[in-house]
Design a protein around this ligand. Structure first.
Ligand code: 3PG
Length: 394
């Protein structure tokens, strides 16, 4: 696809679709601003080139046509202004161009939560055409939303006079493409999280590709059950035990492996103050809940990470928010940081673990994508990227 730096932007109206969907606490404070920081280079480039800059994003999953105060990008506008070092005015009800007539070259405005508009989710042509009419150049820099075909990520790219990719989108595709296109072997994937069901397609896709598939969290429980281990009252998806077994078999037939934990950290309840007990997997009792991998398992996995050529990481292997169940994730995080392997990581919880164990600088590439990162790993076509590629080829 075409890139923003190939465009002449002086005096042009530039519409940048970023992914500024950041986590907030109950009081509306931004708790993690990676995505806002990652959107700055595109905006700065447009400002430096003398463009009149409009930026928009979705925030959360608001009800169409019903704007509520908690849907507002106001906290994002404030943070963006701090990062850019220039004012960023937030514009409401902007779809028909109200308040955008007098934009000056070098000025930046933020257009209120794009997902509140009727037709955004459905990728309605009517909305896409209105948004396209607001600009001379459309820039998609929202990798985190590239797996969604919505009016501001897909439809607008059909109708805008010029449509191109921003630096973040380009960098993500480049880094992830390189890591998975011709990866240095062994290629190791860590896929963890609470549910197999939410990651089944990625587990299946990776089972055909990777040399080792490390599972963790609730996902690991289902795999442990699949090999006949007692997992007590741990989180499990019984209807997916057969799928887990099939993945283990596919991997084994290829000479690849899904390492099953040899020890685990258990508790009798799920709570921040629960007492943690390390047990060999054979000793798990019926009233135990597995909340982390054990130290022997963590060391075995750390050795595999040390010997890997490429590591792809999505998901913490334990309940790392509670320190007594965070040692497994910490050990793997430090192993990734210390390994010569090229590492890529993505997903909100993974980013939080990377921040907690302070290894940001030691990861080869940290993706801003959650669902988009997973779909890319799966080898799926990202609709927002596809449309830009089609435009560039036309
Ligand atoms: C994300 O947080 O993964 C992206 O911003 C996409 O959000 P969505 O799942 O609400 O479309």
């Amino acid at each position: 696809q075409d890139l923003i730096d190939q465009q002449a932007l002086q005096g042009k109206r530039v519409f940048i679709r970023a992914d500024l969907n950041v986590p907030q606490d109950d009081a509306g404070n931004i708790t993690e601003d990676t995505r806002i920081r990652a959107s700055v280079p595109a905006i700065r480039a447009a400002v430096a080139a003398g463009a009149k800059v409009m930026v928009t994003s979705h925030l959360g999953r608001p009800t169409e046509g019903e704007f509520k105060p908690e849907d507002s990008l106001a906290p994002v506008a404030k943070r963006l202004a701090e990062l850019l070092g220039q004012p960023v005015e937030l514009k409401q009800n902007w779809v028909d161009g109200a308040g955008l007539e007098g934009l000056q070259a070098g000025q930046v405005v933020l257009l209120e939560n794009v997902r509140v508009n009727k037709g955004e989710k459905k990728n309605a042509d009517e909305l896409a055409q209105k948004m396209a009419a607001l600009c001379d150049v459309y820039v998609n820099d929202a990798f985190g939303t590239a797996h969604r075909a919505e009016a501001s990520t897909h439809g607008i790219a059909k109708f805008a006079p010029v449509a191109c990719a921003g630096p973040l989108l380009a960098a993500e595709l480049d880094a992830l493409g390189k890591a998975l296109g011709a990866p240095a072997r062994p290629l190791l994937a860590i896929v963890a999280g609470s549910k197999v069901s939410s990651k089944l397609s990625i587990l299946k896709a990776l089972s055909e590709k990777v040399d080792g598939l490390i599972v963790g969290g609730g996902i690991a429980n289902t795999f442990m059950k699949a090999v006949g281990l007692n997992i007590g009252k741990s989180l499990v998806e019984n209807d997916l035990v057969d799928e887990a077994k099939a993945i283990i078999d596919i991997m084994a037939a290829r000479g690849a492996e899904v390492p099953i934990p040899v020890d685990v950290v258990c508790a009798k309840e799920f709570s921040p103050t629960a007492a943690a007990t390390i047990k060999d997997v054979a000793d798990v009792a019926d009233d135990d809940m597995i909340l982390d991998i054990g130290p022997k398992t963590a060391q075995l996995l750390a050795a595999k990470i040390a010997a890997a050529g490429t590591v792809v990481w999505n998901g913490p292997v334990g309940v790392f928010e509670f320190d007594q169940f965070g040692e497994g994730t910490k050990t793997l995080a430090l192993a990734i940081a210390g390994s010569k392997a090229y590492s890529i990581a993505g997903g909100g919880d993974t980013l939080a673990a990377i921040a907690k164990y302070d290894i940001t600088d030691k990861i080869g590439y940290i993706s801003t994508g959650g669902g988009a990162f997973l779909e890319f790993l799966e080898g799926k076509t990202l609709p927002a990227v596809e449309i830009l590629t089609q435009r560039a080829a036309a």
